[in-house]
Write a protein that binds this ligand. Structure first.
Ligand SMILES: [Ca+2]
Ligand SMILES: [Ca+2]
Length: 447
């Protein structure tokens, strides 16, 4: 387009604007008001106001919904957090349940172990007590910390049957005690009570008695049953005659010898039985039959008994098994017997030498008490004896006492009778004149 055209168009626009302005001056609002009916105007305004109000409500509702959405999100987050917490707690609970089960198992395992250890402790304590007792017997003293089993003991295991059951005891016999008794010269007497009343083994015998007491207490035995238990124990020991085991006959054994040697013959097992029964407090005697020895015990029973100082002592056979209290083997029936109580008695031995000068005998006697009781008011008696039983020129010493194990040397001078067939007799007599020991020379003739 040319510049002329542009100019024409510009002029046209300006003219057009002027026409528009003039028109606007004609159509003023008052003109509109006057043009539209009044009620339309009010309704329009009302609708406009309603619209505005609804818009405001809408906006408020929208913002409220937005707020609730935020709130819901917050609640969701809380729920998730709670769920997480719940899951954690659930897991922890499961873990704790597992822990609880494991702890209960561990607790019952510990309880079992505790009980087992308690039993072991009791057994150990019993063993310790037994060893301690042995140790004290061996050494005579209580150790501060005994840690090793006692040396110098001889272990002996015994089993026997009584009352339908089998019983077992283990003894630790002090070696020095056994050696003491086995080295001891046999006491020259038929009164075997001195083998029971010898005091050195009393303490050890009481520990053996403790073993029987334990059984008797546990089983609730009465007196007869206790005696039967002890007798069954001794009867179970093997019978060994003297000549086989010791090389000579009538070798009486002290109780510990019979236990260590594992048996003996009648006087040995009777000595052991009466040592146990006497130690337990039962009235006990030794029954000395021809060629046999048994025991008598003061219990309420029936059968064969010996009366001693108005007390009935029922016979107990100690050799062989199965003999009941009061049962006397047929081989020994109808014989008389001597009864030796279990009380300490002196047993006297003596030696003497004599020389004669001018029909005067000088005699030197060595007298010893090898028994278990003191000799009181004993005398030495010396005389010449004729072959008709006559006693010539007797002399006596003054009274003397001899403690257990003690010995005394006594000199006596006696006149020798002239022109007789004679022998010298030497006696140790007690206060009642009973002969406690006696010896004689060979027969000879005097000038
Ligand atoms: Ca004794
Ligand atoms: Ca014997």
């Amino acid at each position: 387009m040319s510049g002329k055209t542009y100019a024409l168009m510009l002029i046209g626009i300006i003219l057009g604007g002027c026409v528009g302005y003039a028109t606007s001056l004609v159509y003023i609002p008052e003109a509109v008001d006057s043009y539209f009916p009044t009620n339309y105007r009010a309704r329009f305004d009302g609708l406009t106001q309603m619209y505005q109000d609804l818009s405001g409500m809408y906006d408020a509702t929208v913002s409220e919904i937005e707020g609730l959405g935020v709130e819901i999100e917050g609640l969701h987050a809380s729920i998730e957090a709670l769920q997480g917490q719940y899951d954690d707690l659930d897991e922890a609970h499961t873990d704790l349940e597992g822990d609880n089960t494991a702890l209960q198992e561990a607790y019952s395992a510990l309880t079992d172990e505790h009980e087992a250890r308690g039993e072991t402790l009791n057994e150990t304590q019993e063993s310790y007590d037994a060893l301690l007792m042995q140790y004290m017997i061996v050494t005579g003293t209580a150790p501060f910390t005994p840690q090793t089993p006692p040396e110098g003991t001889i272990r002996k295991d015994f089993t026997w049957a009584y009352g339908g059951e089998t019983w077992a005891i283990t003894l630790y016999i002090p070696e020095h005690l056994y050696d003491y008794y086995s080295d001891r010269t046999r006491v020259p007497t038929a009164d075997y009570s001195v083998y029971v009343t010898h005091p050195l083994d009393d303490e050890y015998i009481s520990t053996i008695i403790g073993e029987f007491d334990d059984i008797a207490t546990a089983e609730g035995y009465d007196d007869v049953q206790v005696v039967e238990l002890v007798v069954a124990f001794v009867q179970s020991l093997p019978y060994t005659s003297d000549d086989v085991t010791t090389g000579f006959d009538e070798y009486a054994r002290y109780p510990l010898e019979t236990l260590v040697d594992g048996g003996g013959d009648c006087e040995d097992t009777s000595i052991l039985t009466s040592a146990l029964l006497d130690g337990m407090g039962y009235g006990t005697v030794l029954v000395n039959l021809p060629e046999h020895v048994g025991v008598g015990v003061d219990v309420d029973h029936y059968g064969t008994y010996w009366l001693y100082e108005d007390v009935k002592y029922y016979y107990v056979e100690t050799t062989g098994e199965g003999w009941e209290i009061g049962a006397l083997p047929e081989a020994h029936q109808g014989h008389s017997a001597t009864v030796d109580p279990i009380i300490p008695v002196p047993i006297i031995t003596h030696d003497w030498t004599g020389s004669t000068l001018s029909h005067r005998l000088t005699l030197v006697a060595d007298i010893q008490n090898v028994g278990t009781g003191e000799a009181k008011d004993f005398k030495l008696f010396v005389a010449y004896e004729g072959d008709e039983g006559d006693i010539w020129n007797a002399v006596e010493s003054t009274f003397f006492d001899l403690a257990v194990g003690e010995e005394i040397i006594i000199n006596l001078v006696a006149n020798e009778p002239r022109g007789v067939h004679t022998r010298i007799v030497v006696r140790v007599i007690d206060a009642w004149g009973d002969v406690m020991d006696e010896s004689a020379s060979t027969w000879f003739d005097t000038s």
